[in-house]
Design a binder for this molecule. Structure first.
Ligand code: WTA
Length: 654
């Protein structure tokens, strides 16, 4: 193509507001009939049998939905199944020799697990865990990076009916301890370390620091990821994963029968208060929803090679690296490292060498690829790709179009999928074989999902106006409660818009949004005290308490400021105690304090010292104002503040 053709093409793309799914995609799509929206609406809630039908049930459910005790809904009640049997055993006859997991390590080594291999190792691990004393319903914590032993341990737990609670490996020792304590988890599977940009990183040290803060006794299993690259010694009571598995070679563990509503896992996530919330997901509803959305939205077929580049430590990895794809019997790719190691074409090298058919990634990654330039993808053959997806934060039209052109070669539909840890799976997105795509808008709610955009009073807003996302009907993948905290479950998600007197229950995800005349929803971002850094949820309260924990800090406020690559970045405003000095050293201790308490992802971009925080007359910190200051926006009238003079002061410092 000549340069002028290319420029013309860019110009056309830049103006184009909507895109149709390519005919070649529609022809082969798992879902291509537009009637599906009506069909789901008319048959609600029985429409969800279509999701349940993707699973193998040991005994049939009696009812699709039980709603006697709202908002504590139950799905597929009376049904029995096992998640690990659904992800493994039932594929053995037809697909035992096919690859279940393609794992690639950061240094370039790879491991391939066929369904038979994975089944074998999951059985051995399940036998080992059981011998260690893990019983049905015991919560097993996992603190591991992207190594195959993580999904293996998850499936082993599912096999014996022990819910897992995976803690993102990048989280701090503190975060591990808090989550183990909150879940009363007595078992931990972790590893010695892993590679980051080529260097071995000690993970066991951090694990041990965390364990030191857990009050109850714990049993720890350690995977040896680094071998000789890292000297490490296990404490006397810590067990080596390889030894354990070897001791159970060839073991077979019957998959325990779980009720549909039995807990499959817990996942902690950030919310309005400083304490992370333990989101509870169940076996029947969650698994059918993960499988259904993988089928309908990601168009996953058993013969595909599918890659979601998220980390299994987040919900995206749970639903769309492990449970959804494996339930459908496909090949799922797992990559250990960063996208720019050894070079900035690492992702495209993986797509090229494994012939990846679907790629599901995050806008923050796409913005980085865009910045690095199209030469990197151009070096590789990406023609195996059939579908692209994004998740985690809004994607701006420019990044969408770059992804569409340079990665998808203008022949792959893009699904911009809005959902949350709490929803278990995708909620708002186009169906790739059905809907027109509009860059920037996630799309309409999926079939069977009754989502809308409302104002403060709960009335639907007119097209183009800003409001809040709400969901009016339950869905199978929804969280059932917050672990051991039904009250907080009700107050966080249901109180804002429900009217219990008239039995109207409305789920509030705490996101702002707009809707257009075609029902396409554009997500505007969180409206609670949560910051979305590179698609990762961080609570401002968690960050503030970390900052205040630093010696010399009297008070702090954390807000999200716009950031070109990360979407949002953490800005902290800090008041020091008398006798402490503002300056680089203090900044450094604050940054370290946050990294120690939460992890490097929460690292403040800016630390601003101020003698006071802007407060309302009733004494509340004006976070919105601090956000506007961070973003260099016009502040309007600040005279209603108790202390308007501090605003100028802070602005001057920025
Ligand atoms: C945001 C990740 C815009 C949103 C699956 C939500 C998005 C929060 C999108 C949940 C999207 C997720 N467009 N915003 N496609 N997807 N979000 O729990 O603010 O880690 O509430 O789940 O991410 O983050 P979580």
């Amino acid at each position: 193509m000549s340069d002028s053709d290319d420029t013309q093409l860019e110009a056309r793309l830049a103006e184009q507001e909507s895109f149709e799914p390519p005919a070649s995609f529609v022809e082969q799509a798992n879902v291509s009939d537009p009637e599906i929206y009506e069909e789901f609406e008319e048959n609600w809630p029985d429409c969800w049998e279509r999701a349940a039908d993707l699973l193998q049930w040991e005994s049939d459910y009696d009812e699709v939905l039980v709603d006697d005790d709202e908002p504590f809904y139950e799905w597929f009640t009376g049904g029995e199944l096992n998640a690990s049997a659904n992800c493994l055993d039932r594929h053995l006859d037809d697909r035992g020799d096919e690859t279940a997991i393609h794992w690639e390590g950061e240094l370039g080594e790879s491991r391939e697990y066929t369904y038979e291999d994975l089944h074998r190792e999951v059985n051995e691990t399940a036998a080992a865990l059981r011998d260690l004393g893990v019983e049905e319903d015991d919560v097993v914590t996992m603190y591991m990076p992207m190594i195959p032993e993580l999904p293996i341990a998850m499936l082993a737990c599912a096999r014996i009916g022990a819910p897992h609670s995976v803690v993102f490996a990048g989280f701090s020792a503190d975060a591990l301890a808090t989550r183990m304590e909150s879940a009363d988890s007595e078992y931990l599977v972790t590893c010695d370390g892993y590679y980051r940009r080529g260097d071995p990183l000690n993970h066991l040290e951090k694990t041990n620091e965390g364990l030191a803060d857990v009050a109850h006794d714990t049993t720890t299993v350690v995977v040896d990821r680094l071998g000789d690259a890292l000297d490490h010694e296990l404490a006397e009571d810590q067990l080596d994963y390889d030894d354990l598995v070897a001791d159970h070679e060839g073991a077979s563990v019957e998959a325990v029968t779980r009720d549909a509503e039995d807990m499959l896992f817990l996942m902690y996530t950030s919310g309005t208060t400083g304490k992370p919330k333990g989101v509870k997901h169940t076996t029947g509803g969650y698994l059918s929803y993960a499988a259904w959305t993988s089928h309908a939205v990601l168009d996953v077929k058993p013969e595909d090679t599918y890659w979601c580049s998220a980390d299994i430590g987040w919900i995206t990895g749970h639903s769309y690296i492990v449970y959804g794809p494996l339930a459908l019997g496909t090949t799922t790719v797992m990559y250990e490292g960063t996208p720019d190691y050894p070079d900035k074409d690492r992702m495209w090298d993986i797509v090229d060498s494994y012939d990846v058919n679907q790629l599901y990634t995050a806008p923050t990654a796409i913005r980085a690829f865009m910045k690095w330039g199209s030469d990197y993808p151009d070096r590789h053959d990406l023609s195996s790709l059939r579908l692209l997806g994004t998740v985690g934060e809004p994607i701006n039209p420019k990044a969408w179009k770059w992804y569409y052109k340079h990665i998808g070669g203008e022949s792959c539909p893009i699904v911009d999928t809005w959902w949350q840890t709490e929803t278990g799976g995708m909620m708002i997105t186009t169906l790739p074989g059905v809907g027109t795509m509009k860059p920037g808008a996630a799309g309409p709610p999926l079939p069977g999902i009754d989502a809308q955009v409302v104002d403060e009073a709960g009335e639907e807003v007119a097209p183009g106006e800003a409001g809040y996302v709400t969901v009016n009907k339950p869905w199978p993948g929804m969280l059932r409660t917050l672990y051991k905290n039904d009250e907080r479950f009700v107050s966080e998600y249901w109180e804002a818009y429900s009217d219990p007197d008239s039995d109207e229950w409305v789920y509030f995800p705490e996101d702002g949004a707009k809707i257009d005349e075609d029902d396409y929803i554009t997500i505007l971002g969180r409206v609670d005290d949560v910051i979305n850094v590179s698609g990762h949820r961080l609570g401002t309260m968690e960050i503030e308490s970390a900052v205040v924990g630093v010696e010399g800090v009297a008070e702090a406020a954390a807000v999200g400021g716009d950031h070109e690559m990360k979407g949002e970045a953490v800005y902290t405003y800090v008041i020091l105690e008398d006798g402490y000095e503002e300056g680089e050293e203090m900044k450094q201790s604050i940054v370290e304090g946050v990294e120690d308490a939460i992890g490097p992802i929460a690292r403040p971009e800016e630390v601003l010292f101020t003698p006071e925080l802007p407060k309302t007359r009733s004494g509340k910190i004006m976070r919105r104002l601090l956000e506007d200051i961070a973003n260099g926006e016009d502040l309007g009238n600040t005279s209603t503040l108790r202390n308007p003079e501090v605003v100028d002061d802070i602005q001057e410092k920025l």
